[in-house]
Design a protein around this ligand. Structure first.
Ligand code: ACO
Length: 428
């Protein structure tokens, strides 16, 4: 007999089943609550609400654990390639050599973006934010691949749509970078691996040979893996809820990109560097900014600090922090902003305001410093996050459809006016 939870409401006792996950996480299944009691639950920001069961990513915020399909993030970041991790997230198992080669090759065959889409870029001002362009471009892929709209597509056809998107995303992100610089677009070089190809399209020029630096590729590969999935966060939940209406994959992912853009979510990586730059320009006094962040009358927040689920440390931030030193060292870069970041972290971790609220550096705190060292402009950072998060969004979208989940449609508690009669304008 499974465990039951009891709720006493409206004068009667209601029993609801407790669902237990493989890591012993527990949740009360309230799907029958309304039909049995007339009540709904209310949870602003879904702080206590499990929206789904999922077999993709396990996260324990208290202990700082993050695993994709059971594999610890540390092991994947150290040993695997981004495409291998993408395969793991989407198919559920690590590929063998033959499966990985077939996966790599097929992604390599879909990297070109339709020539007509280049015309879209002509219409944007060079100051356009990369995230606005990226969301539009990804959604526009549905116009070029109308088969992605077919709800009765075979599994093979659905996988082709997925592979196309994984293949074209780096081309789109690189072209967005080129657009912002006013430089000519670079076409993909399919004999290169995913990351090298992306770096060449971003930083190479048609008239010159581009030598891919293995240090740069290793750093980028690691960052993409660390961002690849993070269970039911704001953008992933958006992808799932849009996809639950049976909107096509490209439209669902475009919605995820727009959700990621916000500064409280993926947009924080851009804001962190802007904040560190501002502190540097203001004389490097990090304590002043710690005080500002604590002041409830000041809207300033320490960007890259705090997390909805991590309450001790963010394991991704730990890996990135230790990589930042190594990568900058190997590249011979001395970035004063890294010193400010470390000082800020040190002061915050000693301060009761941050300690008592369990506020620690999150993934975005150090990632921008590495992106910067690799040569990306600040406004590109969130688009790089999207590039990394893509396989996670796809895996979550696919799982939601495979589980035949109903359309996402929360309830509300109405707090507006009761019924009243219309008053003609001359009598108001
Ligand atoms: N600086 C100062 N105070 C903070 C910060 C911060 N960065 N983050 C949280 N707090 C304070 C809040 O003011 C609040 O204080 P109070 O209890 O006195 O009112 C308390 O800590 C709890 O914060 P909430 O905003 O309620 O926590 P929530 O879980 O809703 O928000 C979030 C989490 C959005 C990440 C928040 O910590 C934040 O705004 N951080 C800065 C932005 C950021 O780095 N976002 C990236 C997150 S990682 C990612 O999405 C990839």
């Amino acid at each position: 007999m499974s465990e039951m939870a009891k709720i006493t409401a409206n004068g009667s006792e209601i029993e609801l089943p407790v669902i237990v996950g493989t890591e012993n996480e527990k949740g009360i299944d309230i799907s029958k609550l309304r039909s049995q009691s007339g009540l709904v639950t209310l949870d602003f920001g879904y702080k206590n609400t499990g929206s789904t069961t999922s077999a993709i990513t396990f996260l324990n915020g208290e202990e700082g654990i993050l695993r994709y399909r059971g594999y610890p993030i540390q092991q994947l970041a150290e040993n695997s390639s981004f495409l291998e991790v993408a395969y793991l997230l989407i198919y559920g198992e690590l590929p063998n050599q033959a499966e990985l080669s077939e996966w790599d090759d097929s992604i390599g065959h879909h990297t070109l973006v339709h020539e007509d889409m280049k015309k879209f870029f002509e219409g944007y001002p060079s100051s356009a934010h990369p995230m606005g362009m990226l969301a539009s471009m990804v959604c526009s892929l549905s116009a070029y691949y109308p088969e992605s709209l077919n709800l009765n597509a075979t599994d093979a056809e659905k996988m082709k749509t997925i592979r196309r998107l994984i293949a074209k995303m780096p081309t789109l992100v690189a072209w967005i970078y080129k657009k912002s610089k006013g430089h000519p677009f670079m076409y993909p070089t399919n004999k290169l691996d995913y990351v090298s190809n992306f770096m060449k399209m971003t930083f190479g020029y048609p008239t010159e040979n581009y030598e891919v630096d293995p240090v740069v590729v290793e750093a980028m590969n690691k960052l993409l893996i660390l961002h690849a999935d993070h269970e039911q966060n704001c953008s992933t939940s958006t992808v799932r809820i849009v996809g639950s209406s049976q909107a096509n994959l490209y439209a669902s992912i475009a919605a995820g990109i727009t959700a990621l853009w916000g500064p409280l979510h993926g947009g924080a990586n851009q804001k962190v560097i802007e904040m560190l730059e501002a502190i540097k320009a203001d004389g490097g006094n990090s304590d002043k900014y710690i005080e500002k962040a604590k002041d409830k009358n000041d809207p300033f927040r320490l960007m890259g600090f705090g997390h909805r689920v991590y309450k001790n440390f963010d394991p991704r931030a730990q890996i990135i922090k230790s990589s930042a030193d190594k990568i900058l060292g190997k590249m011979g870069i001395n970035d004063p902003v890294l010193d400010i970041a470390k000082k800020l972290e040190e002061s915050a971790l000693k301060d009761d305001y941050f300690v008592s609220r369990k506020l620690f550096p999150n993934v975005d705190f150090y990632s921008g410093i590495i992106y910067r060292a690799l040569g990306f402009s600040t406004d590109m950072f969130t688009a790089l996050f999207a590039l990394g998060r893509l396989p996670g969004w796809i895996a979550q979208w696919k799982e939601m459809l495979d589980q035949k989940q109903p359309i996402g449609r929360p309830r509300q508690i109405y707090i507006g006016e009761k019924e009243r009669n219309y008053v003609p304008i001359e009598k108001r």
